[in-house]
Design a protein around this ligand. Structure first.
Ligand code: DC
Length: 244
């Protein structure tokens, strides 16, 4: 079957990436985590000392944006793709609380978004990818054949994120994680450039009370439905041109 683009947008920590990875594996597509790209830029800013507490030195990052190259490579051990910042594997440090805390203001900067969107569009030019983020169905791939908008209640998302962080050995409280999630939701959905929005043609999925298996079953049904509709469309004759 002809390869398509699948855009998955939604709130942070709502399981978008688990879903996107699963979908990519099923379809033998490439999975691209666009949030990892903003996280990698944030890590770069932290390493270069571009932050003064919470304030980002915009001029400094503007000078350096052309030097930031992000790529993804398959990790043979985990079977997932790892994020590389200028050739260095940064998969672990970009998932830290420190990066999570600073990433929203970085992702709100117009020229940073422009640079990332360009790289994302280049990655999708041959289709056959599942990309997740906030603006994939609205800005990056407005013509994506399948768009999903995923969400879950903030408390549910905070608990999922907390479990992940504890598993990684970070010491953090539920309240801290919840506050971080609420802060990110607000910045992500109110920023001027590429705000988090549901594309008008996106399918909404609230997975607050769903297991991974239920979610996978939902996605499978959706894909089957889509394939059926595409086949049906191919058999519909083109409308006869009006003689007037
Ligand atoms: O999905 P995530 O939590 O890893 O994303 C990290 C941050 O990057 C989050 O604050 C939202 C932002 N982001 C974005 O602005 N646009 C995207 N396409 C993906 C993520």
């Amino acid at each position: 079957m002809k390869k398509i683009l699948i855009a998955i947008d939604g709130h942070s920590s709502c399981g978008k990436s688990t879903m996107a990875k699963e979908l990519a594996k099923t379809l033998h597509y490439r999975y691209i985590d666009s949030g990892a790209m903003y996280r990698a830029v944030t890590l770069y800013c932290l390493e270069k000392g571009f932050f003064n507490d919470d304030t980002l030195n915009i001029e400094a990052i503007k000078q350096s944006i052309g030097d930031i190259h992000i790529s993804f490579e398959l990790n043979e051990k985990t079977g997932n793709s790892d994020t590389y910042l200028n050739g260095e594997n940064v998969e672990k440090p970009i998932r830290s609380m420190e990066v999570a805390d600073k990433v929203s203001p970085v992702a709100a900067v117009g020229f940073i978004r422009e640079a990332m969107v360009k790289q994302q569009q280049a990655m999708g030019k041959d289709k056959g990818i599942v990309m997740d983020g906030r603006d994939i169905g609205t800005v990056v791939f407005p013509d994506a054949e399948l768009k999903l908008f995923v969400t879950a209640r903030p408390e549910v998302r905070a608990q999922r994120r907390l479990d992940e962080l504890i598993a990684k050995g970070e010491t953090v409280s539920f309240d801290e994680v919840l506050k971080n999630i609420e802060k990110r939701d607000l910045i992500d959905s109110t920023r001027k450039d590429g705000p988090l929005r549901k594309a008008p043609d996106a399918v909404v999925l609230d997975n607050s009370d769903m297991t991974i298996a239920e979610q996978n079953a939902f996605l499978l049904r959706l894909l089957e439905e889509m394939i059926k509709n595409r086949r049906r469309r191919q058999f519909i004759p083109a409308p006869i041109a009006s003689s007037q």
